[in-house]
Structure formats: structure tokens, C-alpha cells
Write a protein that binds this ligand. Structure first.
Ligand code: SF4
Length: 373
């Protein structure tokens, strides 16, 4: 008999559906929880979540796959907050005096509507408007109304024409929304068209499906993707709790087909804002052969003030990881700005004393490196 990971097995049994149905990604999307009533089928909701679900409806859509809802429900209640905060709106979402809707000024950096061109050699190509979960901190909330433009033919034609017209572009990040919420045929056509542009060397796909909809990473999908190498995948785990056996299978399938996988996390209060939580996340990712790539400090996105830790906390967490993890497992902590990513780093170089370098070592002690520098 085929092995079914425990989360899937229990969730399917509780819902009274077959494992085959529960693991079908289209079934998951058709049954995405979008309302208070939908979510209450899986979880007891706190008063602030209930208020958040009611008051944020008009501000940013809600959507949680049955898989991710079951993951929350099956997690130790003492730890659930790290998952709930990411996808279930809180009442605070409706009250945020500072927040804005386009913190990276993407609109100003879009020569055609769906292509964001900040760096000379690479672009983000936003083809998708649907996601398996709607992350409460998403910086593309402004496009909430545009679900009708998901894999829109006109948009794709226009984006491809722009990329083809710019020989400096050698790296295309396919993003959205989540570009893997589409048929294999639609994804393949896009890859084919990008591969036909001689100056496009690298294609990257940014997807949260391994986290929130791991059943999307099928053998058929990865076999198709590998025909268009070099293709990289960036995914988006924020908590070690998300690295379930199901997610592990999806990641293994990608990596085993020669698709390098990197992870971009967002630094979030109550989710991963301690050394211990970040350490567990990064260590777990590397065990699954996923490279922790960036840790983004969250933007001033409307409705996210309650999720934003301070930069000082971020620097302290990053400092705490040094010495506890190999460099391979430590992401670069950055603030993305309209003119590109800026690394946020604790400075270990204290200065220079005549010919010696004065450094702060991992224990916070001063180390004098002798020599001519
Ligand atoms: S999956 Fe990505 S694009 Fe979709 S809501 Fe989350 S962060 Fe935004």
C-alpha cells in the first residue's frame, strides 16, 4: 500500500474525502477556505480572528488551502500562532496609519504593466494573480482586484515582447501571485516562450506551493520543468512547522529533478522573530536541500503593522545565528527598497588600530587580527 503522510491521512479522514481527492491540487483550490464559515470547519477561531475575517474582507482577500488549514489544526496549540498569523486576518489589519499599498513603487518600475524592471539584468514577470494562501503581509496586496488577469494572454504577450526587446535581461523571475496555480500546459507555454528568447539565461519560478499546496509539485510538473533548464525555484517557508513530510516530498521532487531550490522568508513578529525559531527554520531547510536565501524585513504594507518586528530585533536574530549554523544555512537579511535590496548587517569590524584589525568575535569579545591591512 502506498505511504500517506500522517497530516494528509488524518485530514482526509476527518473531512470524509478520499486521500486521492485531498491530494489533488485542483480539489484543494476549489475548496480553498475564503470565509469565516469555511475556516471554522477546520479551526476554532479567536475573537480577534473572527473580527479580522469580518473587517478585512473589503481590504485583502482571504484564502487558505484545506492542507494548510489542516496543518494549523494538527499543530500543537501552543505553537499554532506562527501559522495562524500568516494567513488568518486579525482585527489589527483594518487599523494601520502608516501602511501603503505599493511600498516598492513597483508601478513606477513597470515599463509594461506586468514586468517590474529594477536591476538592468533581471526582471520580475507577474503572470499570476491567484495564490494557494493569501499571506497577510503580502506586498502585492494592491493587485487584489485583478484575479481576472491570472495568466491573461494579452499580459503575457506584452511581457514577452518587452523581455525580448531588452538584450540586457538575462534572468527572469516568474511570479505573481503564484505562477504554479495554473495548468502544466500554461506553465510550459510560458517557459517555452521565455526559452525562445536568446538572451534569457536563467528562469526562476517564485512559488509558495511547496509550503501551502505541496500536492501541486507533481512528477509531471517537475519532469516538464526540467526540459527548460536552467530553471530555479524560490519558495517561501517562514516557519519550521511548515516543513511537513508532505512539503519534504515536494522539495525532494524538485531537487531530484535538478531544480535548485532557494527559500525567501519574511521576518514576522510571532512567526520567526527569535533566534530559536529562525535557527529551526534554516536548519530544517538545509536538511531538505533548500538554501536559505533571503530574509526580508517586512515592508510598510497596509494592515501589517502588528506583524512587523524592529530592525534591531532582526539584527539580533541574525547575529545569534552566526556560529550556530554554517554559512550555507544563513540567509542574507535585507530590506527591499524601490531601488533594490539593501543588506542589513551587524558590523563585526570594530575598526583599525595602527596595523591591526579590531573585530568582534562570535562571543562578543574583541579580537585583534595582527598584520598589515
Ligand atoms: S503567496 Fe506570495 S504573492 Fe501570494 S499572497 Fe503570499 S506572498 Fe503574496
Amino acid at each position: 500500500m502506498e505511504y500517506t503522510p500522517p497530516l494528509t491521512h488524518r485530514a482526509a479522514a476527518q473531512l470524509g474525502v478520499s486521500v486521492e481527492k485531498f491530494t489533488n491540487w485542483r480539489w484543494q483550490m476549489r475548496h480553498q477556505c475564503q470565509t469565516l464559515d469555511d475556516l471554522q470547519g477546520y479551526l476554532a477561531l479567536s475573537p480577534t480572528e473572527q473580527q479580522g475575517l469580518t473587517e478585512s474582507q473589503a481590504l485583502f482577500r482571504t484564502g487558505v488551502t484545506p492542507y494548510y488549514a489542516a496543518l494549523i489544526a494538527q499543530t500543537d496549540p501552543a505553537l499554532q500562532e506562527a501559522l495562524r498569523l500568516q494567513v488568518i486576518p486579525r482585527k489589527e489589519e483594518a487599523f494601520d496609519a502608516l501602511g501603503i499599498y505599493d511600498p516598492l513603487s513597483e508601478v513606477d518600475h513597470s515599463p509594461v504593466r506586468e514586468v517590474v524592471h529594477v536591476y538592468p539584468d533581471r526582471v520580475a514577470f507577474c503572470v499570476a494573480m491567484l495564490c494557494p494562501v493569501y499571506c497577510r503581509y503580502c506586498y502585492r496586496k494592491r493587485r487584489d482586484e485583478e484575479t481576472g488577469l491570472h495568466y491573461n494572454r494579452q499580459i503575457i504577450d506584452r511581457g514577452i515582447a518587452y523581455i525580448a526587446s531588452q538584450p540586457s535581461i538575462r534572468d527572469v523571475l516568474i511570479t505573481g501571485g503564484d505562477p504554479l496555480i495554473a495548468s502544466d500546459a500554461a506553465v510550459e507555454e510560458l517557459l517555452q516562450r521565455l526559452r525562445a528568447i536568446p538572451h534569457v539565461e536563467i528562469i526562476r519560478i517564485h512559488t509558495r506551493t511547496p509550503v501551502a499546496l505541496p500536492y501541486r509539485i507533481t512528477n509531471e510538473l517537475v519532469e516538464m520543468i526540467q526540459r527548460y533548464h536552467p530553471v530555479w525555484v524560490n519558495t517561501h517557508f517562514n516557519s519550521a512547522l511548515e516543513l511537513t513530510p508532505e512539503a519534504g516530498e515536494a522539495l525532494e521532487r524538485l531537487v531530484n529533478h535538478g531544480i535548485p531550490v532557494g527559500n525567501q522568508s519574511v521576518f514576522l513578529r510571532g512567526v520567526n522573530d527569535t533566534v530559536e525559531k529562525m535557527h529551526d527554520l534554516c536548519r530544517s531547510l538545509v536538511r531538505f536541500r533548500v538554501r536559505p536565501y533571503y530574509l526580508f524585513h517586512p515592508h510598510l504594507v497596509a494592515g501589517t503593522a502588528h506583524l512587523r518586528p524592529s530592525v534591531q530585533t532582526g539584527l539580533a536574530v541574525m547575529k545569534g545565528l552566526r556560529g550556530k549554523l554554517s554559512g550555507l544555512a544563513i540567509p542574507t537579511y535585507v530590506l527591499d527598497t524601490p531601488s533594490g535590496k539593501v543588506p542589513l548587517q551587524h558590523n563585526h569590524m570594530l575598526g583599525q588600530d595602527e596595523q591591526d584589525l579590531l573585530l568582534e568575535d562570535l562571543h562578543g569579545e574583541i579580537w585583534r587580527e595582527k598584520g598589515v591591512w
